[in-house]
Design a protein around this ligand. Structure first.
Ligand code: CA
Length: 200
């Protein structure tokens, strides 16, 4: 599987459920997404990160790290968003002892608070992400979740998204590989029992 395809597999479903660009970037490693340019930095020096909003204006971002150099918090002031505060959003990140991100929170200021979100992640003993839970508005009620299953060789073979409001499976994706472990195609069901075939 090419890196590009891997990113598509990761990003497509995440876009589908509207996960924040920041957590997508964290999961994918790095990259340019949603018009947001991220430059990964050495967090230990409390550096500033270059970060642009959708209008191409440079956002003022501060990054905070724990003693292990892990980024645990960032504050961002987006020039094109006026919330009446110097800080438009505060994002926090928590990690387990293996360094896996287990929680991300996103709290916006003022009228943007409707976008508040908490994402929690669970991992298998092998360190593979197996569950993701999304609580929109951070009101204690879960709104969406995803679960991930893997084959013996570690490739993801099935992903299921649940929308809690309706109590229904929102989307199921089955990933298929050839005998050498190369991605061949995916089958997508948006909850209606019809499988759409997607080729690389
Ligand atoms: Ca909620």
């Amino acid at each position: 599987m090419t890196l590009e395809k891997t990113l598509q597999n990761i990003l497509g479903p995440l876009r589908h459920i509207g996960l924040a660009a920041t957590v997508i970037s964290t999961l994918a490693g790095a990259g340019s997404l949603y018009g947001t340019t991220l430059e990964l930095i050495d967090c230990t020096d409390q550096s500033r990160r270059r970060n642009h909003d959708s209008m191409g204006q440079e956002a003022r971002t501060k990054v905070y790290c724990d003693g292990n150099g892990k980024e645990v918090k960032e504050t961002v002031d987006y020039p094109s968003i006026d919330t009446g505060s110097d800080i438009d959003v505060v994002r926090t990140y928590e990690f387990d002892s293996s360094g896996n991100m287990i929680k991300q929170t996103e709290r916006w200021t003022g009228k943007m608070a409707v976008n508040d979100k908490q994402v929690t992640l669970e991992y298998s003993a092998a360190g593979r992400r197996i569950k993701m839970f999304v609580d929109r508005r951070i009101d204690g009620t879960l709104d969406e979740s995803e679960s991930y299953e893997y084959g013996p060789d570690g490739n993801e073979i099935r992903r299921t998204s649940v929308i809690y409001e309706s109590g229904k499976v929102g989307m199921t994706i089955i990933f298929e590989y050839d005998g050498k472990g190369n991605f061949v195609r995916e089958l997508v069901d948006f909850g209606d029992g019809n499988w759409e075939v997607r080729l690389p």
